[in-house]
Write a protein that binds this ligand. Structure first.
Ligand SMILES: Nc1ncnc2c1ncn2[C@@H]1O[C@H](COP(=O)(O)OP(=O)(O)OP(=O)(O)O)[C@@H](O)[C@H]1O
Length: 704
């Protein structure tokens, strides 16, 4: 017998029924059915005493006797009421249908087990239409103490497949096939994590003997599911590493050292140093680097990017850094140019608004290798942009760029000994992804984390105020501006209601202009409808300190760095997502001054909205915020999850089962280290490759 047989091999399933199950539930083989896990369980392991019942108890099981049965007339028809009593108290059992038959079959003063949904009315408890069984009968059927329920509705499908049917089929299946269920994990792994055997886990997940057994069974099945996903992801990564060759940056030379020793304006944090080491190790091996650099807002990713580019230049390569918006590209360009001032390195910028003549100049510089670093927006992806020898591409804020853009960059690589190779890729993101999720999602990327902020940063003080307090907020703005600080005032701009949001922004701008009149105050405004050059002009006025207030939409969300700005006011804050709020707040607290973030909202807040604002007030740690965000929105809304399969898991949950995930991943890593041949069996499905490997290796030797 084999679990890959169609379900028609199971007793009681006809060909027609099998076809129905396939169309309705997608279940084809015995294995599919066995892996169709219950959605919940009816727990009949517990007995209640009537005196302990609580109005909020849902389904209860009680042993007692019927002392009286009577028919009670009501408006339409009647109901049958039995008085049910145990040693502790009395309650009622009620039937509206089939009264005569029930009345005839019930026995007075015989011990019964009743089970059902509890009603509480006027201080009295009752169970309508209970399941009822004589204790003598009940004792014969101990195995059904915890009953699996496969769907929230009794009839799972329109065609009438029910929970009861599935229970029977799976019971038959287990009776017929139990002995033939193959173990899929090695004895060593089972022992290490004290995991239940596969057979028993499958038996217990469908028909658990107790809560404890159910938990063990679920634990084992979750481990297995996560383990094979991890093995698959890690194998993919290993294959990429062996297959994809990359440029070797072996020298740390003049340019890097000169900058590091003479120009670096501050000491790197330990986290920056560690990440730099990780990158240097990658680019020295001869394999292609594909690394994700995560760092909270303001953690200092730019300098790491710059040092990496200098390493490329030292080894005769060019480097590029691509930003999602023109404002950011400009900012990077200014920062990089300033930092490299006085060094013999040519940097330029290419965005959509660069004029043709200048553009040609840039193209020429890139082709003959005179231009070392190109900063830009997606404009640099155009075919016309050809590098002489591009060694590394850095992508800022990957959430705005897709996999497609990454692959366009790959094509722009340089040559060694006549062979074209893709540039190394470093993707930088300020949106922290919880570690466990990153493990599941970014299978093809290595991950570095800057988990430390530069010294001397003061935590941004965050407060939540209702709209009605706007005047006192304006007063606070005036006080801060009087101290020489600058202020951001951000309005939501959400695509679906763009016209209305735009109006809000303009109304806001007007009222701020009235409250902060010229010439004493100068205000910048930046929004998505402006021409890039105008946006840049306004932005630059704010950067230079010519304006004190920046009224903007979320275009300023990412990366903008104006250390003198110390107040961030967010209008309609309840409409923003958590990570967006965190990004916006990250625009302040970048200098030495105490910074503030004021979240303005209406009084009407959803529960989720309240949680978001409360989280922002309570913590500034991007990773904690990301965890909450993940819990609120689920992994489906995070980038990358769609492709990764984490949403299609049958039993495990990447948020709730993070401990199991870490254990499964570590096991997968050590197995791959022990027998990396597994990684080369790339055309074989992962489970087969694993079985093949474990069978021939020592870890199977002690399996009976
Ligand atoms: N080790 C350090 N010591 C002191 N200041 C630093 C250090 N590293 C970076 N900085 C400064 O911290 C500020 C933030 O750095 P940077 O702009 O690189 O942050 P980021 O990680 O890109 O953040 P965001 O994603 O929010 O843009 C800059 O003004 C930078 O000069």
């Amino acid at each position: 017998m084999n679990l890959n047989y169609p379900i028609t091999y199971i007793k009681g399933i006809s060909v027609q029924r099998a076809a129905l199950i396939y169309t309705e539930l997608g279940i084809k083989t015995c294995n599919d059915l066995l892996n169709f896990f219950p959605f919940r369980y009816i727990d009949k392991t517990q007995f209640y005493a009537i005196k302990d019942l609580q109005p909020n108890s849902s389904e209860v099981q009680i042993v007692g006797k019927i002392t009286r049965i009577k028919s009670v007339a009501q408006k339409r028809g009647s109901r049958l009421v039995a008085t049910f009593q145990d040693v502790s108290g009395t309650m009622e059992l009620v039937w509206f249908k089939g009264q005569k038959w029930i009345k005839d079959s019930l026995k007075i003063n015989e011990p019964y087990v009743v089970y059902g949904k509890l009603n509480h009315y006027n201080g009295n408890f009752s169970i309508p239409h209970p399941e009822i069984e004589l204790v003598t009968e009940y004792k014969k059927k101990l195995q059904t103490k915890m009953q699996p329920v496969y769907s929230s509705t009794e009839k799972l499908t329109n065609s009438g497949i029910s929970n009861k049917m599935l229970r029977n089929y799976i019971q038959n299946l287990l009776q017929q096939f139990y002995d033939g269920i193959q173990e899929s994990l090695s004895q060593e792994v089972l022992d290490d994590f004290k995991l239940m055997k596969k057979k028993d886990a499958l038996l217990n997940v469908h028909f658990p003997k107790s809560q404890e057994n159910l938990a063990k069974a679920q634990n084992r099945l979750k481990f297995e599911e996560l383990f094979f996903i991890q093995l698959q992801l890690l194998r993919k990564k290993l294959i990429n590493k062996t297959k994809n060759k990359g440029f070797i940056f072996e020298t740390v030379g003049k340019v890097f050292n000169q900058f590091y020793n003479e120009k670096l304006p501050f000491e790197l944090t330990n986290a920056q140093k560690r990440v730099l080491k990780e990158i240097r190790k990658d680019v020295a091996t001869g394999t292609h680097m594909n690394r994700l650099l995560q760092g909270d807002v303001g953690s200092g990713k730019t300098i790491v990017a710059l040092l990496t580019m200098l390493l490329a230049i030292d080894n005769g390569f060019q480097a590029t850094i691509m930003a999602p918006t023109e404002i950011l590209a400009n900012q990077h360009y200014t920062a990089v140019s300033e930092l490299l001032e006085g060094m013999d390195i040519k940097v330029d910028i290419l965005t959509g608004s660069v004029k043709t003549k200048k553009r040609r100049e840039i193209h020429a510089g890139l082709e003959d290798g005179m231009l070392h670093i190109l900063v830009g927006t997606h404009a640099l992806l155009e075919d016309k942009v050809q590098f002489k020898n591009l060694g590394i591409a850095i992508i800022d804020e990957q959430h705005r760029f897709g996999v497609k853009q990454r692959s366009q960059l790959w094509k722009k690589g340089g040559k060694v000994e006549g062979f074209s190779l893709p540039p190394h890729i470093l993707v930088m993101t300020a949106t922290p992804i919880p570690r466990t999720l990153a493990m599941s999602v970014y299978g093809d990327l290595d991950i570095s984390v800057i988990d430390e902020l530069p010294p001397g940063r003061k935590e941004v003080k965050t407060i939540h105020r209702f709209d009605s307090n706007r005047l006192s907020v304006f007063k606070f703005m005036k006080d801060e501006i009087a101290k020489g600080r600058q202020v951001y005032l951000v309005y939501p701009l959400i695509e679906e209601s763009e016209a209305m949001d735009y109006k809000d922004l303009m109304d806001g701008y007007e009222s701020v202009s009235r409250e902060f009149p010229s010439p004493k105050y100068q205000i910048s405004i930046v929004h998505g409808k402006m021409k890039p050059a105008d946006k840049d002009f306004e932005m630059q006025r704010f950067v230079k300190g010519e304006t004190q207030i920046m009224v903007a939409t979320t275009v300023i969300e990412v990366g903008v760095n104006v250390p003198n700005a110390s107040v961030m006011i967010i209008e309609s804050a309840e409409r923003f997502g958590l990570s967006q709020l965190h990004q916006l707040r990250g625009r302040v607290g970048r200098g030495a001054d105490q910074s503030y973030c004021i979240l303005l909202s209406s009084y009407k807040l959803s529960e989720e909205g309240k949680t978001r604002l409360k989280t922002m007030v309570e913590t500034t740690d991007g990773f904690k915020i990301a965890e909450v965000d993940l819990k609120l929105r689920g992994p489906g809304n995070l980038m990358g999850t769609q492709q990764s399969g984490v949403l299609n898991m049958k039993i495990a949950d990447v948020v709730k089962d993070s401990k199991i995930l870490v254990a499964a991943r570590n096991t997968a890593i050590s197995i791959l280290q022990e027998d990396s041949n597994l990684s080369l069996e790339k055309n074989i499905p992962i489970k087969q490759a694993y079985t093949k490997m474990t069978k021939s290796s020592k870890i199977w030797s002690n399996i009976s």
